[in-house]
Design a protein around this ligand. Structure first.
Ligand code: MG
Length: 386
């Protein structure tokens, strides 16, 4: 049987010199004895999967509102796709797959209900109250809001490496919100991989859901060179008239092209830079990322994103639901801020413990699933629902 020590030895022998090793983790904010047969990153992954915020991802919107169709991506299936892509990339580059997986599984825990619309609305609502950013909120969830181990410690007490990986877009490291993470070092290669796995996944699956919903047309898609390239591949491999098959092959190709370019370019960069260890990577990544697409391909990915933005995210169908969501999230938010006792007891208690009211309301609403938020709205405002 492989115990933890043996698993750490296997990592040591098989991972690249610049990969994070569980055996070298900086550790946890609240020291704990190590597990017998799981590395610290495996243990973090398991803690993430077992937290309530993870299960709620199932009923949170990715792009299409949760109730619009049963086979569109939800935040949970998006997260699983991200973890899958991250593991493939990590394994191919001999990086730490468990760390990549843990960061990927936690990356959207802090996302609001109602997808991008919800996030925009929350950013606006929190503008003068310390801000809201979903990666920062993910960190807040694993550090403070999940309650599994109290009174020993708040949150999930994850390793420094996983927490650091969650900070990807948080620029001001010295915010009190992120106490204990004041390092100026750049993200690990594993965190960078998780970042790109996120982007690669939504670029591909938003095309899939966009076409499936008929909001995105094939004709509009062709405004992107990458889309056109993937479509040509799909048409050459799918019999005439098989539209669903054509879409599957298009999306499969889109994902494959992105992962392949990222892998090849990053492997080249790693070879050129010749990093001897993790420290060298972190110091370098403080200035610029190592994991990346090749410059020519990056331009194509940008074109795909521009197309998705104009043709899908800014389409009338999506915008109409965004407008509505923004309006009713504001109403919910304002109601709870002016009458905090309308929230469940645990949240009211946090206000009594001097956490600022706006922050507590933000935590409450950001944690809601789409359907729970709708229910709360009806309970607060619909005279026929009590
Ligand atoms: Mg994501």
């Amino acid at each position: 049987m492989n115990d933890r020590k043996q698993l750490e030895a296997i990592e040591d022998a098989h991972l690249a010199p610049y990969a994070m090793r569980a055996g070298n983790s900086v550790g946890r904010a609240f020291p704990e004895a190590e597990h017998d047969y799981r590395t610290c990153f495996q243990r973090d992954r398991d803690r993430i999967i077992h937290c309530a915020a993870f299960r709620r991802l199932q009923y949170k919107t990715q792009v299409f509102l949760n109730w619009e169709g049963d086979h569109f991506r939800t935040r949970l299936t998006h997260t699983i796709e991200v973890a899958q892509a991250a593991r493939t990339i990590a394994r191919a580059l001999a990086l730490n797959e468990d760390l990549c997986e843990a960061v990927s599984l936690a990356h959207d825990l802090g996302h609001t209900p109602f997808g991008h619309a919800g996030e925009h609305a929350m950013r606006d609502l929190m503008r003068d109250h310390g801000g809201y950013e979903h990666n920062g909120q993910s960190l807040r969830i694993v550090d403070e809001l999940e309650r599994h181990y109290q009174p020993r410690f708040p949150g999930l007490n994850l390793t420094h490496e996983v927490r650091h990986g969650l900070m990807k877009h948080v620029t001001d490291y010295d915010k009190p919100l992120f106490k204990g993470l004041t390092t100026r070092e750049g993200p690990s290669l594993e965190a960078q991989v998780a970042n790109f796995a996120d982007e690669i996944s939504y670029n591909a699956h938003d095309v899939d859901d966009g076409i499936d919903s008929k909001v995105l047309t094939w004709q509009a898609g062709r405004k992107s060179e990458l889309f056109a390239e993937a479509e040509a591949f799909a048409r050459a491999n799918v019999p005439e008239g098989e539209d669903d098959l054509l879409r599957y092959q298009l999306v499969r190709r889109l994902k494959d092209l992105q992962v392949t370019d990222l892998l090849e370019h990053t492997a080249r960069r790693l070879k050129e830079e010749g990093f001897s260890d993790v420290r060298a990577v972190l110091a370098y990544a403080g200035k610029e990322p190592v994991v990346d697409f090749s410059p020519a391909f990056k331009a194509k990915v940008k074109g795909l994103k521009v197309m998705l933005f104009n043709e899908l995210y800014m389409s009338r169908t999506v915008r109409r639901s965004m407008e509505k969501v923004t309006r009713f999230m504001r109403q919910l938010f304002e109601r709870f801020v002016s009458e905090p006792y309308l929230m469940p007891g645990g949240f009211v208690k946090r206000i009594e413990q001097r956490v600022r009211t706006h922050r507590v309301v933000c935590d409450y609403i950001a944690g809601m699933t789409d359907r729970y938020a709708k229910e709360q709205y009806k309970k607060l405002f619909d005279p026929d629902v009590w």
